[in-house]
Design a protein around this ligand. Structure first.
Ligand SMILES: Nc1nc2c(ncn2[C@@H]2O[C@H](COP(=O)(O)OP(=O)(O)OP(=O)(O)O)[C@@H](O)[C@H]2O)c(=O)[nH]1
Ligand SMILES: [Mg+2]
Length: 231
């Protein structure tokens, strides 16, 4: 790890007792100084398993991906993080691919790195048709409205803390990932995409496998496109 950087991983987790331990153990520990799990009102054993696996566990009672990330960011900053990596708690991402999202920042080639599942290998069925369509539409609209070329809104990503502060992240739920990408472009951050692989989640689907989740996520993502344009 580059000596001048302190890397903290933030994992939002809602009822991920089957996968959270695997995620934490697969994170290359030599590259990170702490792993924070934001336990988002889980009714299962997520919090205990995460702390046994060595993570710092925070509780966020307000349900929502963005709430969980915001809480994790606050703690990461208290710990002196200079880079924050976000990864999901369902073991869909490959934590061992962390160097892919980290290296462009460590090499000072980027301020933000998005792990793109479109560019990586996707296990069949790991992204539902509505997720694939949603990503396609969102990336198209981002190109149309902002002239920016992303291929995914993937959760596995890294960003420098000093630039994250400038983005003033607001979204508390599913619009979180797209907000970061749009604001990164508006703030002229150096951003790159790297291929990351993706597999079927462990445990029960919360968003993409449910009709309500898919509609909510799609709605948030599409409205985000317009919201930040005319802000
Ligand atoms: N749905 C949901 N997920 C949350 C929340 N807070 C944290 N998470 C976590 O955010 C990550 C992404 O949620 P997922 O349920 O994997 O969403 P997804 O990948 O779009 O869809 P599925 O994997 O099919 O459920 C997981 O690690 C969740 O545990 C929340 O309030 N709601
Ligand atoms: Mg998932």
């Amino acid at each position: 790890m580059s000596t001048e950087h302190k890397v903290v991983v933030v994992v939002p987790a809602f009822n991920e007792e089957k996968s959270i331990g695997k995620v934490i153990s697969a994170i290359p520990k030599n590259l990170v100084s702490s792993v924070i799990v934001t336990n988002n009102n889980s009714s299962d054993n997520t919090a205990n398993i995460a702390s046994e696996a060595g993570a710092i566990v925070l509780d966020e009672e307000r349900r929502g991906y963005g709430w969980a990330c915001l809480k994790g960011i606050r703690k990461a900053k208290e710990l002196g993080a200079t880079i924050i990596v976000f990864i999901d708690g369902d073991f869909s991402d490959y934590p061992e691919q962390l160097p892919r999202v980290l290296d462009p920042i460590l090499n000072d080639e980027a301020d933000m790195v998005i792990g793109s599942r479109t560019l990586g290998k996707k296990e069949k069925g790991s992204l539902t048709p509505q997720q694939l369509f949603g990503n396609w539409l969102a990336t198209r609209l981002m190109r149309l409205f902002y002239g920016i070329n992303y291929t995914d809104l993937g959760p596995f990503r890294a960003i420098k803390v000093e630039v994250l502060d400038k983005l003033n992240m607001q979204d508390k739920t599913y619009g979180w990932t797209i907000e970061m990408q749009i604001k990164a472009a508006q703030n002229k951050l150096r951003s790159v995409e790297v291929p990351v692989d993706y597999r079927k989640r462990i445990g029960v689907s919360k968003v993409s496998g449910t009709i309500k989740g898919s509609i909510m996520a799609g709605y948030k993502i599409i409205t985000a496109i317009f919201k930040y344009k005319f802000h």
